[in-house]
Design a protein around this ligand. Structure first.
Ligand code: SF4
Length: 346
């Protein structure tokens, strides 16, 4: 058993598959001939969440809010500045390079762009089989058989294994990406906007495939999207990010039925309602997301929030439990009284 892989899966029953605490990623901004550091991009600034086995957390926010940086930082494709990341209870930030490589069996990523995330010179079969080769899994014949089975499972034909990526449609390429992510039988899959580049009808097919795979293999997903409508179907819980911070986090139905943060309200008001007789009140936010190099003080959202007060410009609102298991970071929302919280825990 290689280092970095948990020897006894039974020992992890009840342990979250992914646990992230106070994760930060600050990129230095360098200028001048000496490339001296003149500031930082606060891409991720104290993010915490966990994902239970067989569950999906949808992480949502506009472009530039830091959600893709979270995706990469939790599997150390980029090194976090600080914080804690545990996969099946194991602190992965303390692993050395070799241990980290082994632990990647447990967590795989599917990228947004199926057109650029596949090596154009490798056949689809080689792409899907590459993780098995890298991790020295099985004989040649066993790897071929596994790749053929994966093709079949994601809705591709084994006869397509020798085709090159450009011979597939966008949806089929994303299926190749999913098959590659499944090759090592991971427990956690991170989807970094895995359907954003696809047509709406193909998006639904890929989401349904991911949900079927989850039911079959008890997978956990961190599913990243910029659109609440996309995460609604697949997620059990939803976290909303704004400029590097989580501003609301709740069970999906509670968040959609009763959003507590003005930013979530605005994102939700842009989601189309399938019934033409029902109309949502539009609450479009003004302007663009401010630069994460110099984010607004206090509540980062105050420059676009219709309810902003002087306090919002000054004080950072903490993420507090405003209803049972429903968390929001807004000065308008008061935390549940301690008596209610202790009753709920009894
Ligand atoms: Fe708006 Fe203030 Fe709440 Fe921020 S803290 S979302 S600015 S009301």
């Amino acid at each position: 058993m290689p280092d970095g892989v948990l020897e006894n899966p039974a020992a992890t029953v009840g342990v979250p598959v992914l646990e992230v605490r106070d994760l930060k990623k600050h990129f230095p901004v360098r200028k001048g001939l000496l490339r001296s550091v003149t500031g930082h991009v606060y891409a991720v600034d104290g993010v915490s969440f966990s994902i239970a086995r067989g569950q999906t957390l949808g992480l949502v926010g506009e472009s530039g809010c830091g959600k893709s940086t979270v995706a990469r930082a939790v599997i150390r494709l980029i090194e976090p500045t600080s914080g804690e990341v545990r996969i099946l209870g194991r602190d992965i930030l303390s692993l050395n390079k070799e241990e980290m490589r082994a632990s990647r069996r447990q967590a795989q990523i599917i990228f947004q762009d199926p057109f650029s995330s596949l090596n154009p010179r490798m056949s689809a079969g080689e792409i899907v089989g590459e993780p098995l080769l890298v991790h020295h899994t099985g004989s040649n014949k066993e790897r071929q058989e596994k790749v053929a089975a994966l093709f079949d499972r994601v809705g591709l034909r084994a006869s397509q294994m020798n085709s090159l990526p450009h011979q597939f449609s966008g949806g089929q390429r994303q299926r190749i990406g999913i098959a590659r992510a499944l090759a090592l039988d991971p427990q956690l899959i991170i989807g970094d906007e895995p359907v954003s580049a696809l047509d709406v009808s193909i998006q639904a097919q890929v989401i349904n495939l991911l949900m079927d795979l989850q039911a079959e293999k008890n997978l956990s997903y961190l599913f990243i999207a910029h659109d609440l409508a996309v995460v609604e179907h697949i997620s059990h819980r939803v976290a909303v990010m704004y400029l590097g911070r989580i501003v609301e986090h709740a069970e999906k139905r509670a968040l959609f039925a009763n959003p507590q943060h003005p930013y979530t309200e605005a994102l939700l008001s842009a989601v189309p309602v399938p019934n033409p007789r029902l109309k949502r009140q539009k609450r479009l936010v003004q302007g663009d997301v401010p630069s994460p190099i110099n984010p607004p003080p206090g509540c980062h959202f105050h420059t676009r929030c219709p309810y902003a007060t002087e306090q919002c410009k000054r004080d950072v609102p903490p993420l507090v439990e405003v209803a049972a298991d429903h968390w929001a970071a807004c000065h308008l929302r008061k935390p549940l009284p301690a008596s209610v919280l202790s009753d709920a825990g009894d």
